[in-house]
Ligand binder design. Structure first.
Ligand code: 5GP
Length: 195
């Protein structure tokens, strides 16, 4: 009989432009499944709102980040909207080897490509809007960003959505309840794989 405890934890990258509901779907999955946790990235961007160092991110200055790149501490890193973001090797190792938890990554497409090259068993799901027009409408109507920021997000979104070779799965977030059910179903199916 197959001993499932011998199967190494699973890794799932969740990609998607801002405005697609990626964080909401990740939050839903994390609160409904206790076998996975979210990878914590290191970033040079400043904390926003109630964010605390060591919780949402490890916040460091640019010099520290560059030193960590030079020390080869990142499994992947990228510059996103003018700031560095990276996933430390050690964070993945300790989550998988010590906690035996599956790891979810909320990272951009540049990072997703690097991670897939380093960890061939990692899966990647795109959270897509129903259409580009719907995404544009969502970003403009939430009123949190200046027009030039929205333009930049839309250009990045176009680039991200075009990278179809990168994504093993796509969840179209049209109806939130359906998308929540789909991300749980996808995660459950990945855990049933024999590797
Ligand atoms: P925010 O600043 O809004 O938290 O994140 C901005 C973008 O950076 C999001 O698209 C997020 O997925 C991406 N991101 C967050 N952490 C990482 C990381 O460690 N690596 C990469 N490549 N992207 C990241």
């Amino acid at each position: 009989m197959t001993d499932k405890s011998q199967i190494s934890p699973h890794m799932l990258i969740v990609c998607g432009p801002s405005g697609t509901g990626k964080s909401t779907l990740l939050g839903h999955l994390l609160s409904h499944r206790n076998t996975c946790c979210l990878s914590r990235s290191t970033t040079t961007r400043a904390p926003r709102g109630k964010e605390k160092n060591g919780e949402e991110y490890d916040f460091v200055d640019v010099e520290t980040f560059r030193q960590r790149i030079a020390n080869d501490e990142f499994a992947e890193y990228a510059e996103v909207f003018g700031n560095y973001y990276g996933t430390p090797h050690e964070m993945i190792r300790s989550t998988v080897e010590e906690k035996h938890m599956d790891v979810l990554f909320d990272i951009d497409v540049q990072g997703a490509r690097q991670l897939r090259a380093k960890y061939p068993g990692v899966w990647c799901v795109l959270i897509a809007p129903p259409s580009f027009e719907v995404l544009e409408h969502r970003l403009r109507s939430r009123g949190t960003d200046a027009p030039e920021v929205i333009e930049r997000r839309l250009n990045t979104a176009k680039h991200e959505l075009a990278q179809t070779d990168l994504f093993d799965f796509t969840i179209v977030n049209d109806d939130l309840d359906t998308a929540c059910a789909q991300i749980c179903a996808l995660y459950d199916a990945l855990r049933l794989r024999n590797r």
